[in-house]
Design a binder for this molecule. Structure first.
Ligand SMILES: [Zn+2]
Length: 99
């Protein structure tokens, strides 16, 4: 996957949460570790209020959390699932809820 596709992934994640109703869940399954990293960063940032750098004493970003993390850690398929569906081997799932 090339760089602009990674940017597109983040953009489409952003678009998706705009259209999610409160309580709606965002379930993302990645098959590539770079994709999962973007999903992880995105969910972390969107589940955090202020995202100012730590050296700024007063919040200037005004950022508000839009997601609550449902999965604290990435979910991977069980061995049984991998046996019955080998393509699931590299799958990584993360879930967050719109707040
Ligand atoms: Zn801030």
């Amino acid at each position: 996957m090339v760089n602009h596709e990674m940017e597109n992934l983040e953009k489409s994640l952003r678009q998706t949460i705009k259209h999610l109703a409160t309580g709606g869940r965002l379930v993302i399954i990645s098959y590539h570790s770079l994709e999962d990293r973007i999903v992880k960063q995105f969910m972390k940032e969107e589940s955090t209020g202020c995202i100012c750098p730590p050296q700024i004493p007063v919040c200037q970003c005004g950022h508000k959390a839009t997601l609550k993390l449902i999965t604290k850690k990435v979910i991977m398929p069980s061995l049984a699932e991998i046996e019955s569906n080998p393509r699931s081997r590299s799958a990584k799932m993360r879930v967050a809820e719109r707040i």
